[in-house]
Ligand binder design. Sequence first.
Ligand SMILES: NC(=O)c1ccc[n+]([C@@H]2O[C@H](COP(=O)([O-])OP(=O)(O)OC[C@H]3O[C@@H](n4cnc5c(N)ncnc54)[C@H](O)[C@@H]3O)[C@@H](O)[C@H]2O)c1
Length: 282
Amino acid sequence: MTALPTRTGVLGGGRMGAGIAHALLLAGCEVVVAEVSEETAAAARDRVLAAIATSVERGTTEESAEALQARLSVGIGPAALAGCGLAVEAVPEDAALKARMLGSLDEALDADAVIASNTSSMSIDELAAVTSRPARFLGMHFFNPVPASALVEVVVGARTDPALVADAREWVAQLGKTAVVVRDSPGFASSRLGIALGLEAVRMVEEGVADPADIDAAMTLGYKHPVGPLRLTDIVGLDVRLDIADYLAERLGPRFAAPQLLRDKVAAGELGRKTGRGFYAW
Ligand SMILES: NC(=O)c1ccc[n+]([C@@H]2O[C@H](COP(=O)([O-])OP(=O)(O)OC[C@H]3O[C@@H](n4cnc5c(N)ncnc54)[C@H](O)[C@@H]3O)[C@@H](O)[C@H]2O)c1
């Protein structure tokens, strides 16, 4: 059993990064969260501390908040992660930013350290190519919110060392989650299947097959999905799903072409829960 490295780091302590830092702390690691400024570092620290407080309150950890907090530190820029055996990159989904940050992270870390990107859509091979360590690079795609989700997609690049994939599986288990191993390909496993179902559900509304609530009930009651594909589209954001559909259509072909109804709703500002209207009124 390969244990998680003692010293770990997270680059970008936003919604996902703070959740990942919290999971690493609960698994017993020291965690450094690197941010962009003093202000954002303090905010990242507050997010992790809030998650720690919730875990202590709910009894999901046997450690005290003080003991967990003692293993957390924050810093500025990739250099703050020097000495970490594992660094998870969780900066915003912007190709130029990720390339710049991963290049600097590569320079800051020891040669045998592992870099994992939490990207939800970008090619792991393309991200790995900006570093000097494609064999020690892979995707670890966490889900939102991290504490409540049981899954991590371990995304394997063409040059990722198979021994690292085995380690990553074990690390995910130590984080109390289950790994699925996916070869680097557009949408990995989760987005590709989730979007396929979501797009078909939108096409069914478009064709007048059934109302959104009935389509969703077919999946929740008939297939035991926790939430139906249209309600989920509303929660995620119609604009977010349209962007992913366009990205997948470009790479995997017209089976991911977005239905006109989805484009029309996005153009009309009906983005789902965040704007009060999507396939449902919120
Ligand atoms: N939100 C989700 O549901 C979700 C799910 C899975 C994966 N992801 C992926 O996780 C990554 C992060 O997403 P998020 O939702 O946490 O975003 P977010 O905006 O909440 O957090 C990003 C953080 O990165 C920081 N940051 C920006 N530039 C930086 C820099 N140069 N150096 C260090 N820190 C910097 C920001 O200050 C911010 O705190 C993205 O790649 C996203 O695609 C998101």
